[in-house]
Design a protein around this ligand. Structure first.
Ligand code: DCT
Ligand code: MG
Length: 383
């Protein structure tokens, strides 16, 4: 192992394949702090983050605190915990001493304290306290309802609502159609979606899309594209090799699936790309502007009769379908690479990629394009 080789690679921003044995050898080197620190790049998008996380005990705790901070409206604090957790996720081995944190980027004092507590006691008393809090539990429950964001959940909490029963029985609560569907299918939508179920849904969409437009390209994105075995929803990108042919396809696909009884809920949003980038646009949203459908599919699954069904004869127990959240996103082929990158995630990877592009490359990256801000400024000033 040559330390200089590592530093050269880092300087040239070439990928360095680090294995646990390398780190061990590096630890024996006298310049250990400098070298190891440079081995863990500051931006999350520069780090290799495998699906198998060797530091779950710490990352789960930090992610709980991040959630709690976001429930209190402290987005900055929430992000600080996420950043710390993201660094630990990228480590090839489990953290064993607090000193190791000194060599890692993105660790604030609070996150360090939590890690130290876990190293010493095996758990964090602060995290235990947080998870016992009524507000934390209620906000977690409510924000897990499809269509319910932080603001709504908080308002309901302030109004004294605490459970799904409270929401279902409330006479004065005005729910949107999306929230109604979310509440109705709460249990199903909070069950993980397996890779096999995601593949089935992608196949269903593909078959219908091909019946209207042969050659339509259907791609499973989101967590499944990163190799996750389960997720909370199914993210599907739809495009066609001939620019423009994809226009109008989504409503036909949804209509056809609906006529087959396969859609429990859907909300079609038209493409707003040109509105958002027109000179008089007031849009400040980080969301992309593709045509899309936020839907809930009715997926046929093997019936439970024979196991649970034999003991329990309620209609629910013999239910042979499952409600699954599906996002369908239509992109013109010219924007497809950016859409694919943006919709593959993770959320933190995307955030870091945008931050890296902006800070280090002076470029703007979103799900539609990548462009140089300096060149755009010059072009605008010359036009
Ligand atoms: N995304 C993003 N910014 C957000 C939300 C999402 O960049 N605020 C991108 C990254 C992932 C992709 O969209 C799909 O989002 P999710 O389905 O929420 O994430 P996921 O990684 O697919 O998670 P899961 O496996 O639980 O569905
Ligand atoms: Mg997803």
């Amino acid at each position: 192992l040559h330390i200089s080789w590592f530093t050269e690679c880092m300087a040239a921003r070439e990928p360095v394949k680090i294995e646990p044995r390398h780190l061990l050898e590096v630890q024996m080197h006298s310049d250990v702090d400098v070298v190891v620190a440079s081995l863990v790049p500051a931006y999350g998008c520069q780090r290799r983050t495998p699906l198998t996380n060797k530091n779950c005990i710490f990352t789960d705790a930090l992610e709980t605190l991040s959630k709690e901070a976001s429930f209190c409206g402290s987005d900055g604090r929430s992000l600080a915990f996420i950043r710390a957790a993201s660094v630990l996720r990228s480590l090839p081995s489990t953290l064993t001493t607090i000193e190791e944190l000194n060599r890692l980027p993105g660790f604030g004092e609070h996150s360090k304290r939590v890690v130290q507590e876990i190293l010493e006691d095996g758990f964090s008393a602060e995290v235990e306290r947080v998870t016992q809090k009524e507000k934390y539990q209620t906000m977690k429950l409510f924000t897990n309802i499809f269509g319910v964001g932080m603001k709504t959940a908080n308002r309901w909490y302030q109004e004294g609502l605490r459970s799904l029963g409270d929401l279902r029985n409330s006479q004065k609560l005005k729910l949107s159609k999306q929230q109604e569907a979310g509440l109705q299918h709460y249990e199903d939508l909070n069950m993980p979606v397996s890779r096999a179920e995601a593949d089935l849904i992608a196949k269903m969409v593909e078959e219908v899309a091909h019946s209207f437009l042969p050659g339509t390209i259907i791609t499973l994105a989101g967590g499944f594209r990163r190799g996750k075995l389960s997720g909370h929803d199914v993210d599907i990108l739809i495009t066609h090799a001939q620019e423009g042919r994809e226009e109008g396809l989504l409503s036909k696909v949804i209509g056809q699936l609906q006529s087959q009884g396969l859609i429990l809920y859907h909300d079609l949003k038209r493409n707003s790309y040109h509105d958002a980038f027109s000179p008089d646009s007031k849009s400040t949203s980080n969301m992309d502007h593709f045509e899309r459908s936020f839907s809930i599919f009715r997926l046929k699954v093997a019936s439970h009769i024979g196991d649970i069904g034999a003991r329990d004869h309620s209609p629910e127990s013999s239910k042979d379908w499952k409600a699954v959240r599906v996002d369908l996103v239509v992109t013109p082929i010219s924007q497809y690479p950016y859409a694919l990158l943006g919709w593959t995630g993770s959320k933190h990877f995307e955030r870091e990629l945008r931050r890296f592009s902006c800070n280090e490359k002076k470029m703007v990256l979103n799900s539609h394009a990548l462009y140089d801000t300096v060149e755009v400024q010059v072009a605008i000033s010359q036009s």
